[in-house]
Ligand binder design. Structure first.
Ligand code: 7TS
Length: 386
């Protein structure tokens, strides 16, 4: 049976070039970079190269910090909890502005901070599945310590107005964090072009390994560490550096940017072909279709069919997709983005997310269209609501 992977917003295949770049740092060059002997020091040059790849990849300045973390969940937790210690407790500011559709790594951390007495404003989506810049502006008060808005939404692929929000934050003197997990490798991330103070990313979303990510911190900004210990990374995040994974993430970042044109053109073309075929299957709504989106994502609602039933059919045919974030797949709640754009309960349960990558092929798309067509016909035939 054909195997088609269309869940690249959950995670991606490690690029073989990335794997090969990492390989010899497991059994050959396994020294601790902090050791003074040559087993340790031999890792310095390749590590420096990997950091350069990361700095270049997001166009950060040399004197900004990019701190390695274990994943974007850690990066997001760190910003929010770090701000609690470095801003909220010290300066008396007790308010955070975010959106209703952040990944749980942000929203659950905000909920935790609310229990500690912090006020959080959750800005809703507009009817184009986007965030209104004016809503962010209106939410900021003199008590606001941080604005945290994701760059691109993981469910819909909609690109939020990060440049404009960054400008508002600068004007109002408020720190700005963006979760750019779904952006790197899909659109250009250029920190010279936007005013961002903190930016989270995760290697496994751009064909790097799982369990490694980063946090960009603009030059000179204070952020209380989450991990105290051996003073690694200038004391900002203690823990022995994961040399092979950092090298893998650097390589993955370099390749992500090298392949941006392919992503913008070929991946978008395949996505649009799949999307148009779906729309032609009638009573299919693609969320954010009229809005600027990353080139690889479709969040579709297929009237009359439960998302889970559709996934089951697709999975039986060898196709991996999602009803939304895999992180939330154990509670069968309606897709939160569908709910946020005002979809009724029935429609909100019909969401299916299909996300492509540069390893998706035309044959994958043709096969998926064929399976979707027969599955939608079969399931609508037995649907009580269609
Ligand atoms: N932020 C965003 C925007 C994400 O999409 C994810 C993972 C994370 C943070 C967490 O990243 P990690 O490095 O800690 O794993 N998102 C998804 C998803 O959409 N489906 O499965 C995981």
């Amino acid at each position: 049976m054909r195997e088609v992977y269309l869940d690249n917003n959950a995670t991606t295949m490690v690029d073989r070039e990335v794997f090969e770049a990492m390989e010899e740092y497991f059994c050959k060059y396994y020294g601790n970079p902090n050791s003074l002997h040559h087993f340790g020091t031999i890792t310095h040059k390749p590590l420096k190269n990997a950091f350069n790849q990361l700095y270049e990849g997001i166009n950060a300045n040399e004197d900004d910090d990019i701190i390695i973390t274990s994943c974007a969940t850690e990066s997001n937790n760190w910003v929010l909890k770090g701000i609690y210690f470095s801003e909220i407790l010290k300066n008396g500011k007790n308010h955070i502005v975010t959106t209703q559709v952040e990944h749980p790594a942000v929203s659950a951390t905000c909920a935790f901070l609310e229990e500690l007495g912090i006020e959080v404003t959750y800005v809703p989506l507009n009817d184009k599945a986007n965030i209104d810049v004016s809503a962010i502006r209106d939410a900021i008060t003199p008590k606001t310590a941080l604005v945290s808005v994701m760059w691109a939404n993981n469910e819909t692929g909609v690109i939020f107005p990060i440049k404009e929000i960054g400008e508002i934050c600068k004007e109002k003197g408020v720190l700005f964090h963006t979760d750019a997990v779904q952006t790197i490798g899909k659109i250009k991330v250029d920190l010279q072009d936007v005013n961002v103070d903190f930016l989270s990313f995760s290697a496994h979303k751009f064909h790097g390994p799982k369990g490694i990510g980063g946090l960009y911190i603009k030059k000179g900004l204070e952020l209380t560490p989450l991990f105290h210990g051996g003073e690694h990374m200038g004391g900002r995040r203690s823990g022995t550096l994961n040399v092979p994974y950092i090298i893998g993430m650097g390589k993955a970042m370099e390749l992500a940017n090298k392949n941006l044109d392919f992503e913008t053109n070929k991946v978008r073309e395949m996505r649009d072909k799949l999307e148009n075929a779906l729309i032609n299957m009638n009573d299919v709504l693609v969320v954010g279709r009229d809005t600027l989106r990353v080139p690889n994502t479709i969040l579709a609602s297929v009237r009359g069919i439960e998302g889970e039933a559709m996934l089951w059919d697709l999975n039986k045919a060898g196709i991996g997709a999602s009803t939304g974030s895999a992180c939330a797949s154990e509670d069968l709640e309606a897709n939160p983005v569908m709910t946020a754009i005002g979809a009724d309960k029935e429609l909100a349960h019909t969401a299916v997310r299909l996300s492509l990558s540069r390893f998706t092929t035309d044959e994958d798309i043709d096969y998926t269209i064929k399976i979707l067509d027969s599955s939608i016909k079969r399931l609508r035939n037995i649907s009580s609501s269609y």
